[in-house]
Design a protein around this ligand. Structure first.
Ligand code: RIB
Ligand code: CA
Length: 315
């Protein structure tokens, strides 16, 4: 069955790979996915770049029929924090593509999400960045909660701690108030935290597999990952960068690649030291109701095999 999705994103090289994975899965006689739209949010880089990057990726995948709706340029309350030190000034440094010529379909991502969900059954939300657009959509129309079968998000950390601070993962840290609204909304949530994404490392052989496809999308993925993983190699002494956001789309395609458990997740929105921390009640220490399936394990080889196979479909 073809699954209808909206991807909310702040490209970011890892977002870009997730988006291309989705476009590959949307190909063929019986596509696995139907992408109803991309919605941009400020995060890794400011909104002008994340929106430009969405348009560029639709052109690279030859899918300019997929609408891009521009979203929030800043978090609900806090000042925007960006990550050019990781992703480069454009957010997808390492890609060698012409500037996009297509234009956005609209500049109110939250309204697009509400309109689409209220008028189309079974729309899954895939969030790859700060959750500002989702929180705004929930505020606009709370009834979307009952119509969305699942929201799969990249964000948060548990045993793995944080990446932007010792306790907070970037997407949640940028807009903790929005993240808290989403975790308290009653939406059916699946969370891909750093605990699982750091087990999906883009090692040089894995990057070469994309390059060896001999296609423009394959070269774009390899070029972006070559740029992106230098930061994590230097910082963590790892063999490569963790491929965070594609875990969200891979879960939709092959959920058996992942395992975790349903527990309560709450977001710290007050603490000076722990702002944006996701408090994962893994051992049920509290009576807080489970509200999210938190993933902790991934079959990394299976994950990369899936990625290469679907990117290959983009020709
Ligand atoms: O912490 C990793 C997350 O923050 C990823 O989604 C990356 O793209 C950035 O948005
Ligand atoms: Ca992202």
């Amino acid at each position: 069955m073809t699954r209808k999705i909206i991807i909310d994103t702040d490209p970011g090289q890892d977002d870009a790979v997730a988006i291309l994975l989705a476009f590959g899965a949307a190909r063929g006689e019986q596509p696995e996915l139907e992408i109803l739209g991309l919605t941009s949010v400020a995060g890794n880089v400011p909104i002008d770049f994340t929106t430009r990057n969405c348009l560029m990726l639709c052109e690279l995948a030859d899918r300019t029929d997929v609408p891009v709706h521009q979203g929030a340029e800043a978090p609900l309350q806090r000042k925007l924090v960006t990550a050019e030190h990781v992703h480069g000034p454009t957010g997808i440094d390492g890609i060698d593509r012409p500037e996009p010529t297509t234009k956005v379909a609209g500049e109110n991502a939250a309204q697009f999400i509400v309109d689409t969900v209220m008028n189309t059954d079974d729309v899954t939300l895939c969030t790859l960045g700060p959750l500002t657009n989702i929180a705004k959509a929930l505020e606009l129309e709370p009834a979307i909660v009952g119509r969305i079968p699942e929201l799969v998000l990249m964000g948060g950390g548990h045993f793995a701690g944080g990446n932007i601070t010792p306790m907070a993962e970037f997407n949640v840290f940028v807009d903790p108030q929005a993240a808290a609204a989403v975790f308290e909304s009653g939406l059916k949530l699946v969370m891909m935290p750093l605990d699982v994404t750091h087990k999906a490392i883009s090692t040089p052989p894995r990057i070469d597999a994309f390059r060896q496809l001999g296609t423009a999308p394959g070269a774009a993925v390899a070029g972006m990952l070559d740029f992106y993983h230098r930061y994590d190699i230097e910082r963590y002494g790892a063999e490569g960068g963790p491929l965070h956001d594609p875990c969200v789309v891979a879960y939709l395609l092959e959920p058996e690649l992942f395992s975790g458990r349903e527990v309560n997740v709450s977001v710290e929105t007050e603490s000076r030291l722990c702002m944006g921390a996701t408090v994962v009640d893994w051992w049920r220490a509290t009576r807080r109701e489970p509200n999210c399936v938190v993933m902790s394990e991934v079959d990394a080889d299976g994950f990369y095999t899936l990625l290469v196979d679907r990117i290959r479909r983009l020709g």
